[in-house]
Design a protein around this ligand. Structure first.
Ligand code: ADP
Ligand code: MG
Length: 335
């Protein structure tokens, strides 16, 4: 390990918060962690690469936030309570000072979100290479209470948290394919505020940890929407050996997105656009009241968008009852 790497790790260690169940954190060959008795561990890992998951101009603090957020979103989708994380940083061999500036900014975003969820950074790795961030999160879940992809049943209602399509609309505004060729409709005086809201959703997604916890043991199946509703719900259906029908008229829409897009152009974003990190989950009709009560106590907006059916595949129905197919062939594989 070079002196520069040692110095970077020292900076990270100095800022990382700890918690009581961390017996030994950053600094030894491995961390020592004390899980609570009787709980299962939920473990998820996700990597963000420059040029693939964020652009050259992305703010370091936003990269830090999102690197942790996408991982917390995976734990949320299992109904798990996050506790610990590790961070592997691959940093380009540029001047030591700009590396330090990047890491300081990165930690601003990363540790802000970690503090919100009381997650302790307990270790990691620091290497030289193209900019890449790999985070692993570890959390707890009660045995049998996790929201698994393979648990949906015919007749279940399909629900989602928050609003859909905002992050994809921001990508469209930024000119990122494949969404940018749709006409942007926003002529209102609030266009800039709306755009800022959409970019906030893209750069600083809210992991639905509280909602996921509220759903454990109540909802049947769950997944977080990282690749687009149709694709991710498709994973649930495939794992559960069922199909789904989505009511296009029920998709929850933010004011900002409603101002920017309508019709097919909005539906493409909401059904096939990724990066929203909302939860999609299925509920047995008899559990609906308990689920709604638990979620409203957690302060999360939710919307029912369709039903699980026996026929395989994911279908979308328009308000007039006709079937919706994506406007271009390129989107077909999402369905
Ligand atoms: P080793 O050579 O034993 O793997 P390292 O030099 O890679 O040790 O790391 C030293 C300590 O610093 C370890 O406890 C490791 O978990 C921690 N660490 C290294 N990089 C990071 C990082 N990016 N974030 C958090 N902890 C880190
Ligand atoms: Mg190491």
């Amino acid at each position: 390990m070079s002196a520069a790497e040692f110095d970077l790790i020292a900076r990270i260690r100095a800022r990382a918060a700890t918690r009581g169940d961390v017996v030994l954190g950053i600094g030894d060959d491995a961390a020592l962690l004390q899980p609570p008795p009787g709980r299962q561990l939920a473990v998820a890992t996700d990597t963000l690469n420059r040029g693939v998951h964020f652009g050259d101009d992305a703010a370091a603090a936003d990269i830090g936030w999102k690197a942790l957020a996408v991982n917390l979103s995976d734990l949320a989708a299992m109904g798990a309570e996050p506790a610990w994380c590790t961070l592997s940083l691959s940093l380009p061999d540029e001047g030591g000072e700009s590396r330090q500036t990047f890491v300081d900014g990165f930690l601003d975003g990363f540790l802000e979100l970690a503090a919100q969820h009381r997650v302790a950074l307990v270790g990691g790795d620091t290497t030289r290479g193209p900019l890449s961030v790999c985070v692993t999160v570890i959390g707890f879940v009660e045995p049998g209470w996790a929201l698994r992809r393979d648990a949906a049943q015919v007749g279940d209602e399909i629900w989602v948290t928050g609003t859909l399509g905002d992050a994809a609309a921001a990508l469209a505004l930024a000119g990122v394919a494949p969404y940018c060729d749709h006409e942007v409709r926003n002529n209102s005086g609030d266009a800039q505020t709306d755009a800022a809201r959409l970019f906030e959703r893209l750069h600083r997604p809210t992991p639905r940890v509280v909602a996921g916890r509220a759903l454990r043991g109540l909802a049947r199946a769950g997944i977080d929407i990282s690749d687009g509703l149709l694709a991710d719900l498709g994973h649930v259906c495939a794992a559960s050996n069922v199909g789904a029908c989505i009511e296009a008229g029920q998709l929850p829409t933010s004011h900002a997105l409603a101002a920017a897009r309508d019709g097919d152009s909005r539906r493409v974003l909401q059904l096939t656009g990724g990066d929203d990190y909302e939860l999609c989950f299925t509920v047995a009709p008899r559990q609906r009241a308990s689920v709604l009560q638990a979620l409203s106590a957690s302060g999360t907006l939710v919307q029912m968008i369709g039903h699980i059916e026996a026929q395989p595949g994911v279908r979308v129905r328009l308000p007039d009852g006709s079937a919706w197919t994506p406007p271009r062939n390129g989107y077909q594989h999402f369905g």
